[in-house]
Design a protein around this ligand. Structure first.
Ligand SMILES: Nc1ncnc2c1ncn2[C@@H]1O[C@H](COP(=O)(O)OP(=O)(O)OP(=O)(O)O)[C@@H](O)[C@H]1O
Length: 332
């Protein structure tokens, strides 16, 4: 990819100040229906600077899709102020589309019956990209994402991984400043996931493209996101880097002990044995690892030791559990 220098300083790519979104639902039996207001997103504030990769995480129903719909202009906020590349998404949706690429992992924007090549050609007219720029970008993306062997295949016959590469190309042919991805690796095999992740990192490094993604795949988070935002019950529960997320919802580290031979569960101060499998035991650490290791070494014959950091999955799950004590969506 040809190098792209992001504009220095200037406006953040995304500015959300106290944004919220309510929905009204009719509930109850037919003749006693009541209207109920559900707050899907409440008082969410954040900024995303040019060149960041940010993960937007949260359990089902937390408000991720609602936020994404506000960012892309499909929904307008019921409260607060939102600007994306300086534009007001719901009011300036067409102008915003020229600066933003959107990919939903569960849906395609490609024409199902057309060869991939024709679908990609049509995006040129949608975004009014000059023919030469379009041809150059298409050649670059075809090479990097290795689309060559299936450009002539109708989209309906593509594998999920091929289709995702096609969707990413369609979202990037107009060279947007911001790429918004909703579950970009959902359903993909390990190799396809890795291809997509490496491509996104390269896109960000070489073109400075800002990326905001929702995902339930913690591999995506660990590989891609320097910064994560966690939303729960419509509120922003955390915004910071991955290391800070680990600190904010501490999870114990685990000491994996390979013994010379199987023995009864190890008993030492500062640790709790949580699993035994043959000569291997897993100890959840409460105290200082060095002290625990010394204790274990004193009392047992050790073949090998490893210290496991808490899994990010574990950390996020703990954070959700903590936030679960937050108030339920308001009823109006
Ligand atoms: N059009 C709508 N009408 C009424 N309620 C809605 C509407 N869209 C979303 N909601 C409600 O708002 C809340 C947040 O939903 P949202 O789809 O934003 O969650 P999510 O974090 O994207 O979940 P998932 O991971 O399952 O996609 C939920 O309680 C949902 O039922």
């Amino acid at each position: 990819m040809t190098a792209h220098v992001p504009a220095a300083g200037g406006t953040p790519i995304i500015e959300a100040e106290g944004i919220g979104r309510d929905f009204t639902r009719s509930e109850g039996p037919l003749f006693r229906r009541r209207r109920r207001t559900v707050t899907a997103v409440r008082d969410v504030s954040f900024r995303v600077a040019a060149g960041e990769i940010v993960g937007y995480l949260g359990p089902n129903g937390a408000g991720k899709s609602t936020t994404m719909k506000m960012l892309t202009g499909i929904l307008s906020p019921s409260a607060g102020r939102l600007r994306v590349t300086g534009l007001e998404p719901a009011r300036q949706r067409t102008r915003l589309a020229a600066r933003m690429g959107v990919v939903f992992g569960q849906r395609t924007t490609l024409w199902w019956d057309l060869p991939l090549r024709d679908s990609l050609a049509l995006t040129r007219h949608m975004y009014r990209v000059p023919a030469r720029d379009h041809a150059r970008r298409l050649a670059e993306l075809t090479e990097i994402l290795e689309l060559g062997s299936f450009l002539g295949t109708p989209v309906r016959q593509l594998s999920l991984g091929q289709r995702m590469r096609g969707d990413l190309t369609a979202a990037l042919l107009h060279d947007p400043a911001l790429l918004v991805l909703d579950e970009p690796t959902i359903g993909l095999d390990v190799v396809s996931k890795s291809t997509i992740r490496e491509f996104l990192l390269r896109l960000n490094a070489e073109r400075g493209t800002t990326i905001l993604l929702t995902t339930h795949d913690l591999g995506d988070v660990e590989r891609l996101c320097r910064r994560v935002m966690v939303i729960d019950h419509g509120r922003l529960a955390f915004d910071g880097d991955l290391a800070a997320l680990r600190d904010s919802a501490p999870s114990p580290r685990t000491l994996v002990v390979d013994l010379a031979a199987p023995v009864e569960p190890i008993e030492v101060a500062g640790a709790r044995t949580v699993r035994v499998q043959g000569a291997r035991q897993w100890l959840e650490l409460a105290g200082n690892p060095a002290t625990v290791i010394a204790e274990v070494a004193r009392g047992y014959s050790i073949a090998d030791l490893t210290l496991q950091e808490p899994d990010i999955e574990d950390v996020v799950a703990r954070l959700y559990r903590r936030e679960r004590t937050a108030p339920e969506p308001s009823v109006g």
